[in-house]
Design a protein around this ligand. Sequence first.
Ligand code: ATP
Ligand code: MG
Length: 457
Amino acid sequence: MLKKLFQSIRPSVRPTHAHRTTPQVLGSQQHSLQRQQFSRHAVGIVERLQQAGYQAYLVGGCVRDLLLGITPKDFDVATSATPEQVRAEFRNARIIGRRFKLVHVHFGREIIEVATFRANHPEDEAEDTRNSSRHESGRILRDNVYGTLEEDAQRRDFTINALYYDPVAERILDYAGGVHDVRNKLIRLIGDPKQRYQEDAVRMLRAVRFAAKLDFGIERRTVEPIRELAASLRDIPAARLFEETLKLFLSGHGAHVYEMLVDLQLFDALFPGSAYALEHEPEYTHTLIRNALVNTDLRVAQGKPVTPAFLFAALLWPALPMRAAYLQGQGLPPIPAMQEAAHGLISEQCQRIAIPKRFTLPIKEIWDMQERLPRRNGKRADVLLENPRFRAGYDFLLLRESAGEQTNGLGQWWTEYQELPDRERRAMISELAGGDEDSGSAPRKRRRTSKRKSDVE
Ligand code: ATP
Ligand code: MG
């Protein structure tokens, strides 16, 4: 009966940012979801909370992904119970978080996140750098944080992320038109886009991430303010941007993400040095970054490990030559100029995106290796081969070649060298001694490389 009623008042107009307090309700016949598709632990939590008299739903990414036939990464629960009330229901529950308390319910290795309904408080969403007293001191704030189910739906970012599934009644509640947008493959912000980006600029990156992951379009009003507001990403703490950047580039759709970031001018805000290189050496820079991301996406698809160090080494590499050339112009010899350029570039980048030390060191090692790979005389080749960073350095060399850098067949040489038995390796080394210039010093090499690089454009 209720189902029928809601069906009949189902709005025929496209969803707007007007506050909708009556949800569209889809009964089990009107959607494809089945309770068994969800984590049984998550379903168990919802059942238990409902039995205790609270409202509880599965929400967010898991509902969205299952509607699209994608396996969810994790399962989130939203409830009217406060964190303390949730904890009281489960022995294996822990309250986490400082400003926003959440409950983690543990089942072996699986963790289900249970969040209390919240209302939209702009200053709560953006993890800002302002004096924290407004946030930390605020009992008032905390009292205000919790909200109704309707408010919880309105404070979420995109319509497709604001779907609530009740596994007991097997119904979906849709306050923001998310089902419509899932069907039409559209990323649409809830509310006034400009205001929502001003509340939290990371939503611009999330729009791109979901568009790439789900192969959705971004709705016109949602995409419109992005170019104008892209620079506001600078106000986001660098540590949060590091996390977001990894999600953007290491989730298997990096190449698509990259194209969109450049198009929407978000790339400039994240990687100013690389964006500058993209302007001045467009073909080379674009090809190198794109190829790196296509390879990364392939590795993700094959279930192979991917490392942030290699990714950042590739994203930043095109910005290096100009910087090094400038320093050489200031009188530094080539190798120190290169090292100084690497150091400067990474520390500047870290002000935007806080790349942890455990990754910045390997980035420099991958780059250093590029200076060393051409120098193969005597025992040098074998010493390099023993280096734990050899593989990454070699892969990086192949990447540079794939973008048109001329290396005199260096990649091929190393490919053969690795495959051959020792005696034949000796022969390869002695052939080098017979006058291959590339086995010589790096400074000559580098100058030639940059000249040839411009030749290909
Ligand atoms: P996935 O986990 O697959 O990347 P997700 O949609 O689950 O996607 P999360 O980052 O895990 O994304 O966030 C969970 C939910 O929290 C989202 O679906 C969304 O409803 C809400 N959310 C997350 N970040 C924001 C934000 N910056 N602004 C508003 N709502 C957000
Ligand atoms: Mg999630």
